[in-house]
Ligand binder design. Structure first.
Ligand SMILES: *Cc1c(COP(=O)(O)O)cnc(C)c1O
Length: 377
């Protein structure tokens, strides 16, 4: 049976990227040696690293004043690596989910953390407004897409909205889903495994001039070599960042995935149009189907990546039945996070219109079957 992968991460990747990786694992770049067995100092690999960085620059329009780094450790490592590099005394955090909360927790080791607003009171089902960033903060941290709760900040905050404070963002689960004005941010980071590759590589886009300014802060000062972003940026002249052995396999898959976005999809405007279309299809069904109800009530806060819904009042006892029904039709990974319950379907870049159609059809069929059962009774 065909499987439809709606996992929240790691998640579905473009078929083309998976196929070309399989070939490269057998023979990388006509070297007669497999991708996992080559030296990362071979010219073919250095070229691939440079190309991958260039794909990032081309797709997002990243200016030369920024570094693009590929690191290990996942987004979770950035929760402390970011404050280690950027925090002198104080930072502001917008707490829109558990990932944002975890990021803030790590920052507390480095100085004062001001949680300027939180939506924890309503299980993070909305993006708080009306907050103000303290002008003396070293940076203002946001999580643009809240993977667990299905909310998203789908715009780049202006300098006025940030009160002149440098904006930094965890974009793990919506990077490369839409165009972003990188120049509005001091730093953007994320794990690759939600939208740009497999687990094992973490991307960091950082403005060069903000590094090396932690002053006399007592904690983690001086920075351990591996924690200092500048270590990984040092080989910029050759357009590669390889202080130590990079995660070769995940970077290769990322290269293939980004090539797919650029050449097959046609860039981020086209990617965004496709993602919006898929997302609308599913939200329309969630809103139309009387058996279901979306958990994010403010429509403008809804994520176009992760879609969360629960059984509508009166139908709660049918939750497991729908889960089973969907599973029988090949739906994978639609169980909601335990903190939200219900269902979550992640429609990342490589998820197709056909995949969404199949899920929508499954929801409609379930409703019809229920109606037929009611008529019999
Ligand atoms: C998944 C996720 C993380 C954690 O990423 P790891 O690479 O597993 O550390 C952090 N932030 C967001 C928004 C995520 O979706």
């Amino acid at each position: 049976m065909k499987k439809y992968n709606f996992n929240a991460g790691p998640c579905v990747l473009p078929k083309e990227a998976v196929e070309s990786t399989i070939n490269a694992i057998r023979d990388f770049d006509n070297t007669g040696i497999g991708l996992m067995e080559i030296s990362h100092r071979t010219p073919g690999w250095e070229r691939l690293m440079a190309e991958t960085r260039q794909l990032w620059r081309d797709l997002l329009g990243i200016p030369d004043t920024y570094e693009v780094l590929f690191l290990g450790g996942g987004a979770s490592t950035q929760f402390f690596m970011l404050p280690a590099n950027l925090m002198k005394k104080k930072a502001a955090y917008l707490q829109t989910g558990v990932w944002a909360k975890k990021a803030a927790k790590e920052a507390k080791n480095f100085g004062e953390v001001d949680i300027i607003a939180s939506s924890e009171d309503k299980t993070y089902s909305y993006i708080p407004t009306g907050w103000q960033v303290p002008a003396d903060a070293d940076y203002f941290h946001i999580t643009t897409n809240n993977t667990i709760y299905g909310t998203e900040i789908r715009k780049d905050f202006t300098a006025e909205e940030c009160n002149g404070v440098m904006l930094v963002a965890d974009m793990s689960s919506d990077i490369m889903s839409r165009p972003v004005d990188v120049t509005k941010y001091g730093l953007i980071y994320g794990g690759a495994q939600k939208n740009v590759g497999p687990a094992g590589v973490t991307f960091v886009i950082v403005r060069k001039d903000i590094l090396g300014q932690i002053g006399d802060r007592p904690y983690m000062n001086p920075l351990p070599t591996m924690i200092d972003y500048r270590t990984h940026a040092a080989e910029e002249a050759r357009n590669i960042s390889m202080f130590n052995t990079p995660p070769v396999l995940p970077i290769f898959v990322m290269h293939e995935t980004l090539s797919w976005i650029k050449n097959t999809v046609g860039g981020l405007e086209a990617m965004n149009a496709l993602n919006v279309k898929k997302s609308n299809m599913l939200y329309e069904e969630i809103d139309r189907n009387r058996m279901f109800v979306g958990t994010v009530t403010n429509k403008e806060d809804r994520s176009i990546m992760n879609h969360c819904w629960v059984m509508a009042p009166g139908y709660e006892e049918l939750q497991n039945e729908f889960m089973e029904f969907a599973k029988e039709r090949g739906m994978v990974g639609i169980k909601g996070h335990r903190s939200v319950g219900g269902f979550r379907a992640s429609l990342y870049n490589a998820c197709t219109i056909e995949d969404v159609e199949a899920l929508v059809a499954c929801m409609q069929e379930f409703e019809k079957r229920r109606a037929a059962e009611n008529n019999k009774e």
